[in-house]
Design a protein around this ligand. Structure first.
Ligand code: IMP
Ligand code: MG
Length: 224
């Protein structure tokens, strides 16, 4: 694997996170919401986001394991480390790094509604709507990204790359090698056997992200 095109720069993330912090502060004025960060992918986002939230709030963490091996998706989900505080009758905002199939969020939404939260919203830095398998509302979206595997800003591939301060596409090494061969030999487009990353050539992924970034706005919100 190797880091490909930078889809979202550090500056773009910083500015969008600031906007999200202001929106949440305005929407939850007069309340004291609990922000629940999904570990591990959401911790960098949470750490930056709360510094732009100007109203009183609490944070908690939950570790949910969705069985996936690197880029491979699965639907089996398990709580590895639960919340430390009761969320009953509280305004809760789930802070997630990326929403992909929606299985993790759907699982959490059911769990939190069983625990009788007062209100629930979801804030995700990244949304991959093309990959959704279950309909889950995402109330605050940082950026919409195409169906490519991304790393950085807390998101990992096999626990690596969380430290990048930008979001980049991860490219399988064999795809990179083949892609360079194609350029030099003017061969036809590669037909990758593996999932999303290879289906979307780096350049196209970059362009799509560019377009989506401009239109990325929080979608229909539920009342806090
Ligand atoms: P879900 O498919 O919406 O349930 O997403 C589950 C989890 O998969 C996310 O919280 C991430 O941890 C991980 N994930 C999904 N897509 C990506 C990606 O492109 N890069 C890194 N992690 C991802
Ligand atoms: Mg991961």
């Amino acid at each position: 694997m190797q880091i490909g095109r930078v889809l979202i720069s550090q500056e773009e993330i910083e500015s969008r996170v600031r906007e999200l912090g202001s929106e949440i502060s305005a929407d939850y004025a007069g309340r004291n919401p609990i922000l629940i960060s999904l570990l591990k992918g959401g911790f960098v986002f949470l750490a930056d986001l709360i510094r732009h939230i100007t109203i009183p709030h609490e944070v908690d963490f939950i570790t949910v394991h969705s069985y996936r091996d690197g880029c491979t998706r699965s639907e089996r989900i398990e709580i590895l480390n639960d919340l430390k505080r009761s969320v009953s009758e509280r305004d809760v905002i789930i802070i997630d790094g990326i929403v992909d199939t929606g299985h993790t969020l759907s699982f959490l939404e059911h769990m939190l509604s069983d625990r009788r939260v007062r209100s629930l919203r979801v804030c995700a830095l990244l949304d991959k709507p093309a990959c959704r398998q279950i309909k889950v509302p995402v109330d605050y979206v940082g950026f919409r990204v195409p169906d490519v595997f991304v790393v950085g800003y807390g998101l990992d591939f096999m626990e690596l790359y969380r430290n990048l301060s930008y979001i980049a596409e991860l490219i399988p090494t064999h795809a990179v090698d083949r892609a360079s061969a194609e350029v030099s030999l003017a061969m036809p487009a590669i037909k990758p056997k593996n999932a999303s990353v290879e289906r979307m050539p780096a350049l196209e992924a970059g362009r799509l992200a560019e377009t989506d970034r401009k239109t990325a706005r929080p979608v229909a919100k539920r009342d806090p």
